[in-house]
Design a protein around this ligand. Structure first.
Ligand code: GRG
Length: 300
């Protein structure tokens, strides 16, 4: 715990910052293809904790940077994340009707529109990064590095690859090592790049960037373990999506492989390791520290 730090107020402030920036970056709902933009808006603003953008802003602050400098990167992360949720909910993947407490994109619109809305958000993420170049005058190399890292984390070497492995593992027994690889790629890659990119944009040195990347890796895994636990222990009202879906689909999860208590202990250990990595950053890392500890008590 960091004294005098109000995580709730911090999250509210940063969520507002991110939401206003997302509104500004997204195109207006008009023009001949307005329907796809409408679907992009719908999913992006249908709730969502904005965890990845907030991690990115908090990492920029932890190295002494200004959160507003990291906003284009933060928004690109949320666009990529929302695209992945839209596609993950499609009938060909998880076939879910509810996301963020609202009908999924393909239920609200139709399947083809949902596919295009996901494509539109993924593309818009990289447009947002490229269009931010004037804000990086003299630091273009940083923007280029961050763009490369985001592409790698989102693509076949990261989230897309993890999703593929996850689908290929359905209905068969996987080892703990395989499960960790799936999650490191499927959800971990984007969470890890959030802190790494934030540290880079915030002007962190190599030691700081490496430390905040290691923090992001632990955070990403702990997030997944607690996500698996919530799928067993949470409620639809809390999560805004159906619960118990992992077990129904015969998906490998930490509770299924380790049991509930060992999964809780594993999450606790990952969070402890993540928090220990932050000690050189002292109070500037208070938001990251509190966010990591929050994972252990979160209900959504
Ligand atoms: C379709 C290419 C492609 C990838 C999909 C991330 C992913 C890969 C699928 C999501 C499946 C899922 C529910 C995984 C559990 C972890 C996770 C990403 C939860 C949702 O993230 P939150 O809790 O959601 O940050 P909000 O709605 O708050 O943004």
């Amino acid at each position: 715990m960091t004294e005098n730090f109000d995580l709730k107020a911090y999250l509210e402030e940063k969520r507002g910052l991110v939401n206003r920036a997302l509104e500004a970056y997204l195109p207006a709902v008009r023009g001949p293809a307005f329907r796809v933009v409408q679907a992009m808006h719908y999913s992006l603003f249908a709730g969502g904790k904005r965890l990845r953008p907030i991690l990115c802003l908090a990492a920029a602050e932890a190295v002494g940077g200004d959160a507003s400098e990291a906003l284009p990167v933060a928004c690109a992360l949320e666009m990529i994340h929302t695209y992945s949720l839209i596609h993950d909910d499609l009938p060909a993947m998880d076939d879910d009707d509810l996301r963020r407490g609202q009908p999924t994109c393909h239920k609200k619109f139709d399947e083809a529109t949902a596919i295009l809305a996901g494509d539109g958000l993924l593309t818009e993420a990289f447009y947002t990064l490229a269009a931010a170049a004037p804000r990086f005058e003299g630091r273009e190399a940083v923007l280029l590095e961050v763009t490369e890292l985001l592409a790698k984390a989102a693509g076949y070497q990261g989230m897309v690859g993890g999703q593929m492995l996850d689908l290929m593992a359905e209905g068969r027994r996987v080892t703990l090592k395989e499960l960790e690889t799936i999650h490191r790629l499927k959800t971990g890659a984007l969470l890890t790049v959030a802190t790494r990119a934030g540290a880079l944009v915030g002007g962190g040195n190599r030691v700081e960037v490496t430390a905040l990347t290691s923090f992001g890796e632990r955070f990403g895994l702990a997030f997944q373990v607690t996500d698996d636990l919530l799928d067993v222990e949470g409620t639809t009202a809390e999560l805004g999506k159906p619960v118990g879906s992992d077990e129904k689909r015969g998906k490998a999860t930490y509770p299924a492989l380790l049991g509930l208590e060992a999964s809780r202990q594993w999450a606790q250990r990952l969070v402890e390791e993540a928090v220990a990595i932050l000690s050189p950053f002292q109070d500037r890392a208070a938001p990251l520290r509190e966010l990591a500890e929050y994972l252990l008590v979160r209900r959504s």
